[in-house]
Design a binder for this molecule. Sequence first.
Ligand SMILES: *[C@@H]1O[C@H](CO)[C@@H](O)[C@H](O)[C@H]1NC(C)=O
Ligand SMILES: *[C@@H]1O[C@H](CO)[C@@H](O)[C@H](O)[C@H]1NC(C)=O
Ligand SMILES: *[C@@H]1O[C@H](CO)[C@@H](O)[C@H](O)[C@H]1NC(C)=O
Ligand SMILES: *[C@@H]1O[C@H](CO)[C@@H](O)[C@H](O)[C@H]1NC(C)=O
Ligand SMILES: *[C@@H]1O[C@H](CO)[C@@H](O)[C@H](O)[C@H]1NC(C)=O
Ligand SMILES: *[C@@H]1O[C@H](CO)[C@@H](O)[C@H](O)[C@H]1NC(C)=O
Ligand SMILES: *[C@@H]1O[C@H](CO)[C@@H](O)[C@H](O)[C@H]1NC(C)=O
Length: 835
Amino acid sequence: MMNAIISILLLFTALTLPYLSVEQQPKFFTCSSKDKCDECIRTFGCAWCSDPDFTGKRCQKNEEFTTKCNPNYIMDPKIAISYEKETPLTEVKPRGSNNGYGSNTGLYSSSQENVVQVYPQTIKLRLKPNEGNPHRFYMFYRQAVDYPVDLYYLMDLSNSMKDDKDKLSLLGDKLAETMTNITSNFRLGFGSFVDKVVMPYVSILPKKLIQPCDDDDCYQCIPPYGFRNHLSLSANSNLFVNIPSFSLIEPCKDCAAPYGFRNVMSLSRDTSKFAGQVKSANVSGNLDAPEGGFDAIMQAIVCREQIGWREKARKLLVFSTDSSFHYAGDGKLAGIVKPNDGCCHLDNSGLYTHSTIQDYPSVSQVNLKIKENSINLIFAVTANQVDLYKRLGNHIEGSSCGMLSEDSGNVVELVHQQYDKIRSSIEMREKDLGNYLRLKYYSRCLNLNGPLIETNKCDGLKVGETVQFEIDIELLSCPTDRNEWNHKFYIYPVGISENLTVHVDMLCDCACQYPGHASYEENSLRCSGHGTLKCGRCECDIGYSGDDCNCTSDADKIDKCRPGTSGSLCSDHGVCKCNKCYCNSYSPNEAFWGEFCECTNFSCPLINGKLCAGHGSCVCDKCICDEGWIGPECACENSISNCTVGQDNEICSGHGTCECNKCVCNKTGEYYGQYCDKCPRCPNKCPELKDCVQCKVHNSGPLIKECDECNMIIEVVDYLEMTDSVEFCSAYDEQDCRYTFTYELIGKKIKVTALKNKDCPPQARILGVVFSVILSIVLIGLAFLLMWKFFTSMRDRREFAKFEKERAMAKWDSGQNPIYKQATSTFKNPTYCGT
Ligand SMILES: *[C@@H]1O[C@H](CO)[C@@H](O)[C@H](O)[C@H]1NC(C)=O
Ligand SMILES: *[C@@H]1O[C@H](CO)[C@@H](O)[C@H](O)[C@H]1NC(C)=O
Ligand SMILES: *[C@@H]1O[C@H](CO)[C@@H](O)[C@H](O)[C@H]1NC(C)=O
Ligand SMILES: *[C@@H]1O[C@H](CO)[C@@H](O)[C@H](O)[C@H]1NC(C)=O
Ligand SMILES: *[C@@H]1O[C@H](CO)[C@@H](O)[C@H](O)[C@H]1NC(C)=O
Ligand SMILES: *[C@@H]1O[C@H](CO)[C@@H](O)[C@H](O)[C@H]1NC(C)=O
Ligand SMILES: *[C@@H]1O[C@H](CO)[C@@H](O)[C@H](O)[C@H]1NC(C)=O
């Protein structure tokens, strides 16, 4: 039982020990438990001493090393930030003297060539994992005046868009003028698309390939008229043949063969060409409702050269359609399974060559290319398609969606609006961040005195206004692959092809772990020539071990660190070096030692919260008791002083045993008390003692002759005191006098205390009282009897008198019963005539 308790106690202390010591001594535990330089510096607040001559714990709190370790050998890489490229933001000045540039905003940018909108451009960060606080750096964005704009108008030219095309050709000049008003540096381009020229998207009947539009759409009646003179009278009869039929029918002229995508007009400053190009473009026809717009978007983005996108320009791609779109997977309907490769495939005439070879691109492919090329995609779609394209826009970075009227009459306002919307908001995004870093953006946006809000987006921006972003970066952990410790990522404003390039140097190990450092030495003598000295410690070659690598480690010898062959190595409380256990110490007042670190000085039984009951010391899990104490817990006093009373008295009054200086009374349950001397149910000693008391105190009784034989001390008192420890006795002598006394057992001795006076009855009076009581009872009884007799006889006499009187009053004799009838009756027959 005791063993079980002790082992539970041991188990409990062993389990709680590491946690307790962490709580009490976090610094002690965290730094000093690291025994490699890289593990040490990755721990918050710890530094490593790589001095080979240093003795003691090499990993400690960094400030503790200032005196102990040679400063040249302290490994404590510091986090840092350095600005590598800092071209200032392009200044925005109010327009002063006429410089020819600028716009109607009244502002101009000081430099037109190398506009800079993002500051800084390159920074270098040195980061450590597990730093207490994330590292913060700043980034600025300012929109330059007159920033170049490239607008490429991509139009669905299926037959239903004919009116839109006509309208756009009319509005082309206005669009160019509006945009030129915004920026003087504006370029415009135009492209169109239909769909892949295969079934089921497009009819491939030979006739339809030449003339895909329905006849109804293409042939027109001329307006009706009353009379027209077609041919005046003439001698030339041949002319008559040319007279058209009664109603003129003209074939559809501008319905051309279908195609996938065609770059009609590359981006150009000559915006006046735009309207003409749109006008001369021919509509075409296809079969199904969705169009091949994704093919066209992909080509328009990736064919940077053919389309003519500039690097430093706001790139707007307006996508105008009245129907939905085909996307990756739809190609299967026509047997096209080769996925889209996201590359440019335009021939010299600007026609998409891989239309029937590759499938449509997927949404994420489009999004990826949009991000790579910083293009703002504007969907200009008819009302019935707005919902669809808005949802598509959620998956495409920097895109927006506007509603086109049926004939594209509002296209100029739409483009202007969407451009303003795009331009006035700025959103920061990151690229190639990886899994080990975490960014958080904060900004006050335009409200410079306002609160710092966690956001990567600001709205309502005007030209020349600067927005500051504060960016927190945190290295979550060190990548396992060392090649990733030098990492580069980009932070860019969405839709702008400028960025902040961030080089991150992850401080995940120590220079002294690599050749070239003073603390690095191969086959070092300090390591007995069998190991490499790294950061002050030996890293032994295979087959050697120990601090100095002068110990050949054989696998079977490792068993010398185990109790038996199966026990755990150094009882899990130490390390096995050179076939010897070196015990850990987790906290200064708890020690492990012993050959296998199996001993502790804190795993002894606790009694009342004290190790070894406070009467011994704990040595190797066993209590060594102080003098006068025994037992496994030292809780037992080695003495019998509390079991006896006086010198000669028996231990526990002979009714129990003395255990740990305490009486344990016999199990019979009769005796109790400190000395097992109390026994409430035992027959008392009153009868035994009464005769002696009578003779000694009252000089009477049967023992009067041999009174000297009563060998006891009797104390005579006037008043008897009753306590728990005394027994009370009383007895009557020959004169019926009551005498009382008490006795007390002290060990074997009896102490008697007797009352001096006895209590005798007053004899004569009592008889008199008794007789008078009896007499009066008899007399009263007699009186009652007499009264009763008198009353009853009175009553009897009265009753008798009454009876007599009634007798005298009786009128008649009672000789015959008046109601008696004769048993026979006589009847006479009246008709009887005889006698
Ligand atoms: C362009 O700006 C001029 C002058 O600022 C203005 O008169 C004209 O209406 C603007 N054109 C358009 C299409 O907004
Ligand atoms: C449009 O069609 C007409 C007649 O078929 C043709 O002459 C013209 O070249 C076509 N335009 C373009 C841009 O292909
Ligand atoms: C970031 O900007 C630099 C020039 O400042 C450029 O070389 C690099 O390609 C840009 N990177 C991205 C991802 O845009
Ligand atoms: C080799 O080990 C012994 C203890 O076994 C030690 O005293 C000695 O200093 C070590 N030798 C070297 C060169 O480190
Ligand atoms: C255990 O031993 C250590 C080191 O000798 C000592 O500092 C500590 O006080 C001891 N603890 C107990 C409970 O005896
Ligand atoms: C009570 O205990 C004492 C001491 O152990 C023993 O000598 C004695 O016989 C016991 N008496 C009874 C009645 O068990
Ligand atoms: C013995 O008696 C002394 C004095 O009354 C007391 O302090 C001590 O605790 C007792 N010992 C035991 C084991 O009960």
